[in-house]
Design a protein. Sequence first.
Length: 444
Amino acid sequence: MDNRDIRWISSTKDACWTEKPVSGQAGGDANLTITGEAFQTVEGFGGCFNELGFTALSHLTPEERGRVLHSLFHPEGELKLGICRLPIGASDYALEWYSLNETDGDLAMEHFSIERDRQYLIPYIKEALTYNPDLKFFASPWSPPTWMKFPKAYNYGTLRWEKDILQAYALYFVKFVEAYRQEGITIHQIHVQNELVADQKFPSCVWTGEQLREFIRDYLGPAFEKHGLDTEIWLGTINAPEPWQEMLHKSTSDYDIYANTVLSDPEAYKYIQGVGYQWAGKYAIQRTVQSYPELRYMQTENECGDGLNTWDYAKYVFNLYQHYFTNGVNSYIYWNMVLEPKGRSTWGWEQNSMITSDPAAKRAVYNPEFFVMQHFSHFVAPGSSRIGLKGPWAGNALAFAVPNGQKVVIVANPFAEPRILRLSDGTRTQALELEPESFNTIIF
């Protein structure tokens, strides 16, 4: 390792994305060593398109809005996001509840319409596509149409488990993919339900593992086949279980009761290309990856904080990236990319965002979690492979081999004082003094 071939970029609370000089300093035993192990391939990073994000962008001047979108999506921008999420109907960051067919009893989906999406989501997506025409999209509903649920409401409740309703709901997904295709937007993946154990005041719907298995096996998979769709079906987004459920059921197998229930059925398994986990799903992903290493995995929604966008929460989020990639995900998706100050949802929850759009100043503020994402996504291109690390710093770091031949190490110093990182690539050791509570990307 020649220090002339090393770049080091550091972010602290007071100075983000600062290029640091690399001295010739070396010495001592390595405390972080890149090994010869190779793991999963990276498919990319992204965020979610929501109505409140589009509203927040509208406060910016055209020039500032262009800078924001370039920073998020352009292949030469800061984040280079390449795979993004959108809701099917209203998410909790829609301006109000809506579905794509609220005509009661319309089993043939004759009144299915994406007219509402043409006001907010589709312009947002199409504007992003002007910066990166190769963006990939996955989509999930927060709730089915209300007439398909019991009780008949967009929040709480479950899908009515009746054959004609299940057939109609599978057709609802087909119509969505086809309608977006007519808009020039390819939906690459469908995830069956956002947070399938979220029984919430915002749009939501509860599913069991057995219901997921039956719906995918007997309805959704066959409907996609019948209509010739090549859109992938993913088992997501799974936000369970919480740790207390293990104690409640007295069985560690309950940690992957959703994924394993579905994937252990060969007829359901054949339709599924991947599994999406978020929030408490982090407690289950290790087991699912161990059982089904041939599938692809995604962290589908970064945990969203409280709207204060603090450096301390960014430190927590860095650990989420480290946890999910260490346990096998191929992609990592942020939640709201841009919001107004405090990031308050229509249903009253204030949440973080990578960028805050200040309506008064008509300018964008880049929050700490923007730079967490940048430390990963700017250099770790799709097609990169996660590679092994060993040593005392390994629990705070990730390493990737990039298609252009570079190796990228991302490491956090979680301590309140400077610490010396002695990084070895197996040939020599380079010493770097990491600033307190900093994020660091080292490229060589």
